[in-house]
Design a protein around this ligand. Sequence first.
Ligand code: AMP
Ligand code: MG
Length: 346
Amino acid sequence: MRADATIIPCVSGPLDDDTLMPAALALREGGLVVFPTETVYGLGANALDPHAVRRIFTAKGRPAGNPLIVHVPNAEGARALAGHWPETAAALAEQMWPGPVTIVVQRGPSVPDIVTGGGPTVALRCPDHPIARRLIELAGVPVAAPSANVSGSVSPTRVEHLCPRIRAASEYIIDAGPCEYGLESTVIDLTVTPPTLLRPGAMSRASIAAVVGPLSDDRSPSGGSPARSPGTQGKHYAPRAEVILVEIPASGEAHCRRGINDHLLRDRDERGKIAWVTHDPECEEVLSAAASVIVMPSSPRAYGRRLYAVLQELDAAGMETIAVHLPPDTPEWEAVRDRLRRAALR
Ligand code: AMP
Ligand code: MG
């Protein structure tokens, strides 16, 4: 087996082209490179090279029908890959890029089937991370990149979270420290009217709606086929430990909290070592038997930034169950709740 990837440290170092060039060349020549973005770390390959893209699917164990997001340095780069570039795409690109918004448009002829899962559309994004953008510019090719984790598991927000399988599959790993958002991009389908939210994410629904008007929701039934966005259904973003979600009414009285504790402890033997994760300092002690208690930030943005790291840490600490206090059902928590719900699916 090949040796592990070469790590390129960029945490505090200068962002110079000489440092990034070997990774850019590797991409151009069909290699895999793990690189930082403002959302999570990506596992990138030359999007125009089907063999290179196949290596992503193999490394991740990703189902072939789950299409990839193609990363471009600017709106021109996106347009070149689109079969049709609607006004809504131009407006979103103008106002939100670089940034954590992925837009789905009709694909152009240069995009290989393997990138789109064989479908008629392509997902495009210009990331807001200086290293990601420079890397893509230097590579001189669009870069297909899903999150740099094995399919279904938690996305890495730091290089320390990369699993051995992904490390072994990559030529280079660029380490730029923790990601700013820590949650994946928001995915919007612009091939339909009104534009449809396929995946909530780092950019809020409201800021996108302010540019393209109200968004409809993806109503394809779970597991239905074909799914509008194949990768957005089913269990995903999940740690090894079992995740259970706990709703506590805002006015949660003492007896209600006791009830939750009793409920969680009833199956204690099966649950094994249990962690309690809450965003409300007043709920810190709800779970009396918790082997580990994490009080998360109470702002959605800071919570999102920390979420995957916490799930990774609790896995590493040998937790068998992670009980998570579900944040409120309000727009600003939409992406966090989506990830928690999918992590908890069985
Ligand atoms: P990931 O790269 O793993 O963060 O996931 C990318 C997400 O974008 C998945 O949920 C895909 O289903 C979605 N996606 C990528 N390409 C398309 C496309 N052409 N049409 C609809 N959804 C897409
Ligand atoms: Mg992913």
